[in-house]
Design a protein around this ligand. Structure first.
Ligand code: BV8
Ligand code: ZN
Length: 256
């Protein structure tokens, strides 16, 4: 049953979007769910990979102890993503960026689907699964060319890929648990959160920091804050409005 927003709230939010000076949006895995991308915490600490919970395999500790296993995990995720496309949630946010005076979009996702939908200047807080980064010199290389559109490997490189600049091992260019975010990414997103008068938190279980500091900053700056999520989260009670529904159904209903 598609989500129907309560009419008074729909009118309120459309009005706020029409008059907003600066809008800030934080998204999580739920915004990509309707594209077919599995979320992480659907089943709590469910094992997502070879009996390991998500925050164990996507961790700095695992990178230190077993880089090939981390590559296997991200190769698997990239193959899952290979043919997936942005959904109406991504497309609506990209359209809002064209008609709003200012929209700052920060995402916890590494799937690249916001950019694929046409969003510009996306703050990818946790990096991007389609890029490899050298563990030594920091050189980055795209992984998109590694297989053709059918997903068939066209000479996928050795694992871990060897840096073409310095010959050292490369790693997925994503932020793992226990790692700092890339310098400047959080700070630039925080500027957007601190300056906004309307904030949306879409499709996140609201557990991961420092990403979740961003909507807290928006609230502290006095922004009217709305959560869109089928489930209640630890952040729900702090919001001015919560819409329990799927992002791909809710966001288009707020279009003004
Ligand atoms: C750091 C990239 C410091 C990799 C990711 C205790 C308390 C507080 C913090 C911590 C703590 N212990 C440890 C920490 C720090 C830790 C953290 O926050 N842990 C949490 C889990 C407790 N954070 C870190 O480690 C960060 N670094 O703190 O460094 C530091 C200081 C000094 C020296 C060194 C380090 C780094 C965090 C980044 C980790 N990397 N991703 C990868 O993708 O594999 S985080 C990962 O979780 C993803 O990015 C994911 O997006 C993110 C958050 O998850 P969600 O996006 O919320 O996804 P989830 O599945 O959980 O939820 C989906 C939601 O969608 C659900 O609510 C569901 O209801 C909803 N939904 C479903 N369908 C829909 C929908 N919503 C809308 N529409 C739908 N259709
Ligand atoms: Zn290098």
């Amino acid at each position: 049953m598609p989500t129907q927003i309560e009419p008074a709230l729909q009118t309120e939010l459309r009005g706020r979007l029409r008059t907003a000076r600066r809008v800030f949006v934080l998204t999580g895995a739920g915004v990509s769910a309707e594209s077919g991308v599995p979320t992480f915490r659907g089943g709590g600490q469910s094992a997502v990979w070879k009996g390991l919970p998500f925050d164990a395999i996507s961790s700095y500790r695992m990178l230190q102890t077993d880089l090939p296993a981390v590559w296997e995990w991200f190769d698997y995720r990239r193959e899952q993503l290979r043919d997936l496309r942005p959904n109406l949630a991504h497309l609506t946010l990209a359209a809002w960026q064209e008609k709003l005076p200012h929209l700052c979009l920060a995402t916890q996702n590494v799937d690249g689907l916001h950019t694929a939908a046409g969003s510009r200047d996306v703050h990818e807080l946790h990096g991007n699964i389609w890029t490899a980064r050298c563990t030594e010199c920091g050189a980055r290389e795209s992984l998109r060319e590694e297989t053709n559109v059918k997903g068939a490997a066209t000479g996928a490189r050795e694992r871990p890929p060897i840096c073409r600049s310095c010959g050292n091992a490369m790693r997925p260019d994503v932020v793992l648990f226990g790692e700092m975010l890339p310098a400047g990414v959080f700070e630039r997103a925080a500027e957007g959160a601190a300056a906004c008068d309307l904030c949306f938190v879409v499709g996140t279980s609201s557990l991961v920091y420092p990403a979740m500091r961003l909507p807290e900053i928006a609230l502290e700056a006095g922004a009217y804050t709305v959560e869109i999520n089928p489930e209640v989260t630890p952040f729900s009670a702090l919001c001015h409005a919560t819409i329990q529904g799927r992002a791909g159904e809710v966001l288009p209903q707020l279009d003004y």
